[in-house]
Design a protein. Structure first.
Length: 390
């Protein structure tokens, strides 16, 4: 695939870099880490209502910019570079693709406009045990005369305690086909919904737990026909995995940049340690992993863009699963390797609180486990390439 950015895409990337270098510097990241919600609401308001980042992929008829996933991936790479704490990932990579792929005009009109305006943050919750298969959906949606009653819980949902809109997966026992899984869109303040944040190693991204107790919803809250939501959910998770890979590439690049800046200043034996051959080799290995991961992430972004585009290239969109697995394997390994090497190249101060490498190391380890770790994606990729029974 021959790939080159347009002038408009480069402007999006460069403006995001300039903005985040000031708005999400080390001091701002650390201030967000100690907040209960994990981010600065004023910064999120600026992102939504001045920069219009949540509106990027929302169609123009709903007040959005009508751009594609490649443009979003450009933003996400910069967000990963500067460890931006915000609901952008959950809103744009989980909830927005679910609304777009569901092709449900009433719910799209209700929620996409609010997301585009920066008034609403959203997330998707599906797993009750942290797994990524259909069996992880353990919430139950029981049909009633006027709709459905939802009961169950969801673990490790991104920004669960902060989101205004919840898109949840539940099993409808009366349904047949596609594992009987349905997707529902409901306001987070609906009666019967309780949420709380979870303490996690990575303090720059909030995860939470959602409980549903006799939540009554009408048929209008169904994103998909009853029991036919698994294929859509699977695609949404793949798209989110590609978005996460783009974030990881940004984090890996910043880990390399921090290391290069430090070794250029650090003196040993009256010379910069950047001049030592062993240090050069380690930095070259880091750069190689970053570039390989970046190529895989951009390929995945192109495939995800075709899947989200009405009338897109169906042949390319059919590679979504393989593209997501490839991007996540390369990006996860590159980010963790670069973050770990950054701590080592910083020497004795590398693990201290005052320096930033530990923030990237924690984000790298936490992101590695989100939406499938490299081993899980490797097994999935092997099954797709060699056949399910290989």
């Amino acid at each position: 695939m021959e790939f080159a950015f347009t002038e408009e895409q480069l402007m999006i990337r460069d403006s995001a870099e300039r903005f985040l270098a000031q708005a999400s510097d080390s001091a701002a990241v650390r201030a967000g880490m100690i907040r209960a919600d994990g981010y600065d609401p004023d910064l999120w308001r600026r992102i939504g209502q001045e920069l219009y980042w949540p509106a990027l992929m929302v169609p123009e008829q709903h007040g959005g910019m009508g751009l594609g996933f490649v443009e979003l991936a450009l933003l996400l790479e910069q967000c990963g570079r500067f460890l931006l704490g915000s609901p952008l990932f959950a809103t744009s990579c989980l909830a927005t693709p679910a609304l777009l792929l569901a092709d449900n005009p009433p719910l799209q009109a209700e929620w996409l406009g609010a997301i585009a305006a920066g008034d609403t943050s959203a997330t998707l919750a599906f797993s009750s045990n942290g797994a990524l298969d259909a069996d992880a959906v353990q919430a139950i949606a029981r049909p009633e005369a006027d709709g459905y009653r939802l009961d169950g819980h969801f673990a490790l949902a991104v920004d669960a305690a902060q989101a205004d809109l919840l898109i949840v997966a539940a099993r409808t026992p009366a349904s047949h086909g596609e594992n009987g899984i349905s997707l529902f869109a409901l306001p987070a303040n609906s009666p019967g919904v309780s949420r709380h944040g979870l303490p996690t190693m990575d303090q720059t991204r909030r995860l939470g737990h959602i409980e549903l107790h006799a939540v009554h919803l009408t048929d209008a809250c169904l994103l998909t026909p009853p029991g036919q939501g698994w294929s859509l959910l699977r695609d949404v998770l793949d798209i989110a995995a590609i978005g996460l890979a783009a974030e990881q590439v940004g984090g890996a690049q910043q880990s390399l940049d921090l290391s290069l800046a430090y070794i250029a200043e650090r003196k040993q034996f009256n010379r910069s340690i950047a001049s030592f051959q062993a240090i050069k080799h380690r930095c070259a290995d880091m750069m190689l992993q970053v570039e390989c991961a970046r190529s895989a992430a951009w390929y995945g972004a192109c495939v995800a863009g075709e899947r989200l585009l009405p009338g897109g290239d169906t042949a390319l969109a059919g590679e979504l699963g393989m593209a997501a697995a490839t991007a996540r394997i390369h990006a996860s390994e590159a980010f963790f390797h670069c973050a770990a090497e950054s701590i080592q190249l910083h020497g004795g101060v590398g693990f201290t609180w005052e320096y930033d490498p530990h923030l990237y190391f924690k984000r790298a380890r936490a992101s590695e486990q989100m939406l499938g770790n490299p081993a899980w994606h490797g097994e999935r990729l092997a099954a797709q390439l060699m056949g399910e029974h290989a």
